[in-house]
Write a protein that binds this ligand. Sequence first.
Ligand code: ZN
Length: 269
Amino acid sequence: MFAVDYTSGSGFLHTKIGDVDFYCINDGDGSMPNALFPDASRDILQKFAPSGKSPSSFSAFVVKKGTQTILFDTGNGNQLLTNLKTAGIKTDEISAVVLTHSHGDHVGGLFSGDKQNFPNASVWITEKEVPYWKNAGNSALLAKTVDAYGELKIITTDEKTPVVIPEVVAIDVAGHTPGHTAFLVSSGNDKVVIAGDLLHGAAIQFPNPEISCRYDNNPKQAAESRQMLLARAANENWIFTASHIPFPGFGKIEKAEKGFKFVQQTNLK
Ligand SMILES: [Zn+2]
């Protein structure tokens, strides 16, 4: 159980992490079919995803402190703008867009057509992710992003260098993509980790973190990063959230007999 209050409207969750405002913003819902997990045995799929798919969502996150409003990822840009508005966050108050990685369902909301969605924001990413973004088929979007938002700001993943504000540091969780990054937000006694695409099928991968997804660029490295971050979240009592946990995926990680268990904060609907 967490001692945090929250309000949840349609498509957003708001809570306080120490004196920082924290939001999960829903960009849409979906599901991940079992075919995305070729390394999962038939027994595992039958046990954890008997319907043939795992429920999922596309989420972005906002951290607000003083004059800084940081948006972590932008979803596909489906319901993001509507749900930011419902949460009372204006697009022109976003001062930084911090990216976990460069896949379309995380960078797609930077623009609506040719319109720059966050006119006062800089865009932050790791150095390792830039060549991947350039080569992975959406180099046009990268060029368009630099054109509109200015030169990319480079994130350091030494877990000491602040990312935009002192309360945020970056953790290297490479594997899903070469520069895939998680972000740890710490304030007061609370810590929450934004884990990006550490997992896609929550139902399958929390209990079986060794199983990677077809979307993982380097499946072996992705599995190592997954096990490392889930173990740290469990050991260090972090609140855990990630882009594709069914919305609002905001809870704690417990070690299970095998793998881990995601315990949604009990007072969330
Ligand atoms: Zn994704």
